[in-house]
Design a protein around this ligand. Structure first.
Ligand code: NAG
Ligand code: NAG
Length: 307
């Protein structure tokens, strides 16, 4: 029989890296304006880091299944955070708190808290637009490359109406309105169903997890989170100079975003643009995780190494 002390020593003998790799570290970080940002990390801290941000009305929890992928955990340091106004992060109610610069500050606060050196940024859907915030406000460029999962790296009147599938407009209006509770709840259910290629095949507990995230966000905050003004001048300049390489990954059965419109919009501005279409819906990392890992891994391996 081992004594308590022996057991303690045996635990202490586990290789340090194995201990680190098996842990997930959660932090609540104060962004520059004081808004609290929830973030956590998993995977191998010695490897290239990737920062993931979820889409509208959701939270980093959407990456639970994706972050459990062995190939990702072994080869990358996986960090995710809840965007302001979402999930476990602060939800200010004033419009000014959702200005572009604050999204850049949130990213920087997370990068500092986890001591990341030139992570790759991956945004899903609305989360993709943070790419423009980062490039506009942070100099020198703090990311090695940028990836959109079914989104555009910048929002605005030029792309938003084309990007959102007409069939989903009413659903979004329902999510944003705060006078009819029945309509608001129905909208959230329809929105979550529309994230998947075939919602009838998705386990109820997964849909319930997604749905639960939408309930912690007031409808008015949901609307504020996609109304910021962005200036893509620096984003497009970096794209043209080749200092920023972009990958767009999307599902061929996406019912929320018109991804062809996003690609068409971005193409003239990026010298290095990689487009990967995989058999999936809007949440391609749930519908086709292995194909998503394949595409992401190919892109990250193609990036010039850090200086
Ligand atoms: C609220 O929304 C529901 C579902 O869309 C609709 O059937 C109902 O008529 C609405 N109620 C009011 C008062 O507008
Ligand atoms: C998607 O966008 C493309 C390019 O703007 C457009 O040609 C196409 O008609 C759109 N598809 C739908 C279903 O709206």
């Amino acid at each position: 029989m081992y004594s308590i002390l022996t057991r303690f020593l045996l635990l202490g003998l586990r290789p340090f890296s194995a201990v680190l790799a098996s842990q997930s570290t959660a932090k609540i970080i104060a962004s520059r304006d004081g808004t609290s940002i929830y973030a956590d990390a998993t995977g191998n801290p010695a490897k290239q880091s990737i920062v993931f941000v979820h889409g509208l009305a959701l939270s980093g929890i959407v990456f639970d299944n994706f972050f459990a992928n062995d190939r990702l955990r072994e080869n990358y340091y996986l960090v995710r955070y809840d965007a302001r106004g979402h999930g476990r992060s602060g939800k200010p109610s004033d419009a000014e708190a959702y200005a572009s610069v604050h999204y850049a500050e949130d990213f920087l606060a997370v990068a500092h808290a986890f001591r990341l050196n030139k992570p790759v940024f991956v945004g899903w859907s609305l989360g993709s637009a943070i790419i423009s915030d980062i490039v506009e406000h942070i100099n020198p460029l703090p990311i090695l490359g940028a990836v959109t999962f079914a989104g555009s790296p910048v929002l605005g009147p030029e792309i938003l109406p084309k990007l959102i599938s007409p069939s989903i407009n009413d659903v979004l209006s329902a999510i944003f309105q705060d006078s009819n509770v029945t309509a608001c709840m129905e909208g959230r259910i329809q929105f979550i169903d529309a994230c998947f290629r075939d919602a009838t095949q998705v386990p109820f507990d997964l849909k319930a997890t997604y749905l639960g995230q939408t309930v912690v966000q007031p409808p008015t905050v949901a609307l504020l989170s996609l109304q910021r003004t962005q200036d893509p001048t620096r984003l497009f300049a970096a794209g043209q100079a080749g200092t920023l390489r972009l990958q767009q990954i999307f599902g061929d059965a996406d019912r929320i975003a018109n991804n062809s419109a996003a690609v068409e919009f971005v193409k003239p501005h990026f010298n290095f643009l990689t487009v990967d279409t995989i058999p999936a819906g809007h949440a391609m990392f749930e519908d086709s995780p292995e194909r998503t890992v394949d595409a992401l891994t190919r892109f990250i391996r193609s990036l010039p190494r850090k200086r």
